[in-house]
Ligand binder design. Structure first.
Ligand SMILES: C[S@@+](CC[C@H](N)C(=O)[O-])C[C@H]1O[C@@H](n2cnc3c(N)ncnc32)[C@H](O)[C@@H]1O
Length: 695
């Protein structure tokens, strides 16, 4: 089905168009016509509801002068400053912020217990952890506390500044005073926002000054047109040993500036002229600051979609490339900065995810590694691996890492990062986790069915082996692995093709990361030429996991995903994949986006009996709870058929998860063992949550 949205200027035009469409079916097919739901900000405008009365009856801002007709009406929320909007806890002492967050996390965790209890099939006894939850106030496991951020001010390494009009009608680069969906469009300067570095503020100011005399218009979120859309500052810091926590600012050694525009209907020559002026203004602005600001690269992102959340493959135009990096190649390969975590160096391209609080991220990854109980016998699946940070920082503690990530640039960064740091036991697969996880698990571990069959036959001989935490390979496992091609196909056919995808994607909103990044002026230009060459070569459009197709891989499952891999790990992979059973300990660390893991991934992890331990890192406790319900609720022998999606719109994420649990194939549930909050976002109400699940 194809859906088109058309706007008309008058009711007459609309009536005429409807008549014409009805009389002229497209290719003989009738076109269904109906009114579109009004977007929430339109409803707000139509209702004339304006929080602080700054707009007139027709929604326009009295402060907007006649000469600024391109300015949309500016609607404010109850928040009067950018500080209130982006750092709502900034008025509290940091210790109180931590207590506040810990309390909220506990409340959310209790939802897991309540929902798992409700979802438990009537004929199945409640698991022990639900019984025991009464002793700990309804929590599914102990909440061990909250790890504080090593720095609380200026910690963000990535700031996405909105471009718009202030309440006074001035062109402004800063933060929106509220949510656009609630009709708020006003943007205010990032004054006194303690999470933003001074460097980022200075760059925002430079861009704002430039916009005052630009001949191209600002993007209007209301009318979905205009040119200048968003301004992102990403910062890279020196290695940890050089970081003096009191002088965090001085550790910023690289800066990347990303200017998002929409080039629709804009004259190319004019655009080029504006870009030249802009880069001159930014370069001069940086060098005339005292001390001069680091500036490594400037890149333009040309995004024509409605929301500012650009897709990862949006065209990039480099305006300033790092010294010594002026090679032929893709824009994202030329425009990168570096940061450091756990003494490793990470190369970051413009669209790749990198945790916004580098020093707190180090604590987060260390905690995840400690809970994962790693050793040289461990095969670690790093699901949603981004630039490979988790897997690479833990690589020295495990036998092998398999990272999965859908952003191609991030995967390319991950390969580069393995090479820069001389790490050889990591493999990074580019694809949606839901598309590739089944095949990867089968490739390394054999299919779930093989293990179930093997454990059933073993249990006849020795029933006690069932409860072992680490699974030793049996002879039959090895045999089964050899014949895995056949089993793979079976496995793939089992992947759900029902409404679960819709349920998942529609349930949550895509929330824009409050992020920031950066680059090094002296670009210790470490990615040397041979690294460039290897990465280039290895990140082609390959559709198989290994360079050489292996029977063990289901091409069916990989057709949606692309695979990038560096040559150094190919050799490793072939050796290790062939003898995957050498890994007695299989662990998954998952770190999904706000929406959580796709149900297909949850199902694959739960259904594979060799995965005994799972560390879940979450930036959204609601989706963590939803995923945990599916991982931890006991199932019955007989599953309910998925009854379709009716009613899903009004269901909470937890409610949807309960529904899906009913159709989960019978399998051993995980048990929530430990939980800890980690504060990556001081002054805001957000924090990360880490949970350990075992079985
Ligand atoms: C919260 S970030 C974590 C990245 C990384 N673990 C880190 O700490 O830097 C989530 C990552 O998941 C990726 N992602 C989102 N949806 C995905 C999917 N369906 N399959 C695989 N990766 C996905 C995003 O591109 C992003 O890099």
């Amino acid at each position: 089905m194809t859906v088109g949205f058309v706007t008309f200027e008058s009711v007459e035009q609309l009536t005429h168009a409807v008549q014409v469409l009805k009389e002229n079916p497209s290719g003989g097919k009738e076109i269904k016509i109906s009114d579109a739901n009004r977007r929430s900000h339109q409803k707000v405008r139509a209702e004339g509801h304006v929080a602080n009365g700054t707009a007139t009856e027709n929604g326009s801002n009295p402060a907007t002068t006649a000469g600024e007709t391109s300015a949309p009406e500016v609607v404010a929320s109850s928040k009067k400053s950018a500080r209130d909007a982006v750092t709502p806890l900034a008025h509290m002492p940091y210790n109180d912020q931590l207590e506040h967050k810990k309390h909220s996390m506990a409340q959310i965790l209790k939802r897991l217990t309540r929902n798992a209890r409700k979802a438990c099939p009537p004929a199945i006894p409640l698991p022990n952890w639900i019984f025991k939850s009464k002793e700990i106030g309804g929590l599914p496991c102990k909440l061990e506390g909250i790890l504080e951020s090593p720095i609380v001010d200026g910690y963000r390494n990535k700031c996405e500044f909105s471009v718009g009009y202030s309440l006074e009608g001035k062109k402004t680069v800063g933060f929106m005073l509220g949510n656009f969906r609630e009709g708020v469009t006003a943007v205010e300067e990032p004054v006194n926002c303690p999470n933003v570095s001074e460097i980022s503020c200075k760059y925002a100011q430079m861009f704002q000054d430039f916009l005052q005399s630009s001949s191209l218009p600002l993007w209007s979120r209301v009318d979905n047109c205009g040119f200048w859309r968003q301004f992102t500052v990403r910062e890279g810091r020196c290695p940890a040993e050089a970081v003096v926590l009191q002088h965090v600012e001085s550790q910023i050694s690289e800066v990347m500036l990303i200017v998002q525009v929409c080039s629709t209907d804009v004259d190319e020559a004019l655009m080029k002229e504006e870009f030249d002026k802009l880069s001159t203004a930014l370069i001069q602005g940086a060098s005339t600051c005292s001390p001069p600001l680091p500036l490594t690269t400037i890149v333009v992102q040309d995004h024509k979609g409605i929301s500012n959340a650009a897709p990862a493959d949006c065209p990039l135009i480099p305006l300033l490339v790092p010294k010594g990096d002026q090679l032929e190649g893709r824009a994202e390969d030329k425009t990168r900065i570096h940061d450091h975590i756990s003494n490793l160096k990470f190369s970051i391209s413009p669209t790749a995810f990198f945790q916004v609080n580098t020093l707190a991220a180090e604590r987060l990854y260390t905690l995840a590694g400690d809970w994962a109980n790693l050793n040289s016998d461990t095969l670690l699946f790093d699901v949603c691996c981004g630039t490979g940070t988790i897997g690479l920082t833990l690589a020295h503690r495990v036998g092998m890492v398999v990272g999965i990530e859908m952003n191609e640039s991030a995967v390319s960064d991950a390969h580069r990062n393995a090479l820069i740091n001389g790490i050889k036991n990591c493999r990074f697969v580019c694809g949606k986790a839901e598309d590739v996880i089944g095949s990867l698990l089968t490739e390394y571990l054999g299919s779930p069915q093989q293990h179930i069959a093997a454990s059933e036959s073993n249990s006849v001989i020795n029933d006690t082996s069932k409860n072992e935490d680490t699974i030793n390979c049996t002879e039959s496992d090895v045999e089964n692995m050899d014949s895995s091609a056949e089993k793979n196909d079976n496995g793939e056919n089992e992947q759900p093709r029902d409404g679960s995808v819709d349920l998942h994607t529609c349930g949550d909103e895509d929330i824009k990361g409050d992020s920031v990044d950066r680059v090094n002026k002296e670009a210790d230009s470490s990615p040397d030429e041979h690294i460039e060459a290897v990465v280039e070569q290895s990140c082609g459009e390959a559709s198989l996991i290994n360079d050489e197709p292996t029977d063990a891989i289901s091409t069916d499952s990989l057709e949606h995903g692309k695979t990038c891999q560096d040559s150094s790990s190919i050799q490793n992979n072939n050796v290790l994949a062939a003898s995957a059973c050498q890994f007695k300990n299989v662990v998954a660390i998952v770190d999904p986006p706000r929406v959580g893991l796709h149900p297909t991934v949850i199902k694959a992890l739960r259904m594979h009996p060799l995965i005994r331990r799972l560390v879940y890192i979450s930036c959204n406790p609601d989706s963590l709870v939803a995923n945990a319900i599916e991982l931890c609720t006991p199932t019955s022998e007989k599953q309910e058929k998925n009854k379709g999606n009716r009613g899903w719109r009004s269901m909470s994420a937890a409610g949807l998860a309960r529904q899906r649990t009913k159709s989960m194939p019978n399998s051993e549930p995980f048990i929530p063992k430990r939980a800890m909050a980690v504060d990556l976002f001081p002054h805001t109400s957000h924090c990360e949550m880490v949970m350990l699940f075992e079985r």
